[in-house]
Design a binder for this molecule. Structure first.
Ligand code: MAN
Ligand code: CA
Length: 198
């Protein structure tokens, strides 16, 4: 398509032509920006100069390219990047089991919290969010969804208290406190947070 020298180029046609060209340029820049910004967390080198976008994209290995596309897809779907993981906060509410099922279908699992930073990042999203913690298998033996025992925990004072003997699932409840975990009935409907490790 030639934007400038068309035989019957009317003003409006030229404008449209220019708009299309600009849109392509914008898409191009967006694409490059996305690729670079996604690349940084992986290879947080001390690069201070602006990298050459085209060179970077061209020099990606096959695996990097696949990873980049996967990352771009997750981020387009609303996942949030934080310290080598992606997080997804649901917009609806569900039981603990159905929440977990949703995470699994998204190629992730309910969030596993293993640092103070992660706890403080997670608790701020929404109150009453399911996390990947349960003692359904053995009362008072709390396990993360990957089968591990918490190495660091953030129970609210007096929790877990297993009210009426029916609280086997972990949630963020007292979110204004760092120690915000509560045990709640697994059949309750909560928002949930999925985590995908990178
Ligand atoms: C409610 C429930 C319990 C929780 C108490 C704390 O009863 O959410 O899980 O332990 O509040 O006051
Ligand atoms: Ca409780």
């Amino acid at each position: 398509m030639d934007c400038e020298n068309g035989a019957d180029t009317s003003t409006s046609k030229r404008k449209l032509c220019r708009l299309v060209a600009l849109s392509f340029a914008l898409l191009c820049i967006l694409q490059a920006t996305l690729n670079i910004s996604l690349r940084l967390p992986f290879y947080s080198s001390d690069t201070t100069t602006t990298p050459d976008c085209e060179a970077i994209i061209k020099n990606l290995t096959k695996e990097e390219d696949i990873k980049m596309n996967e990352l771009a897809r997750y981020i387009q779907q609303g996942w949030i990047y934080f310290k080598h993981s992606l997080y997804y906060v649901s917009s609806t509410e569900n039981t603990w089991n159905d929440s977990r099922e949703d995470c699994l279908q998204r190629g992730a699992d309910l969030v596993i919290i293993n640092s103070r930073e992660e706890q403080n990042f997670i608790r701020e999203f929404k109150n009453r969010t399911w996390i990947g913690l349960t003692d359904a298998e053995k009362e008072q033996t709390w396990k993360w969804v990957d089968g591990t025992t918490p190495t660091i925990s953030f129970w609210y004072i007096g929790e877990p208290n297993n009210v009426d003997g029916g609280e086997d699932c972990g949630e963020i409840y007292f979110y204004k406190r760092e120690n915000s975990w509560n045990d709640a009935p697994c059949g309750r409907k909560n928002v949930w947070i999925c985590e995908k490790n990178l």
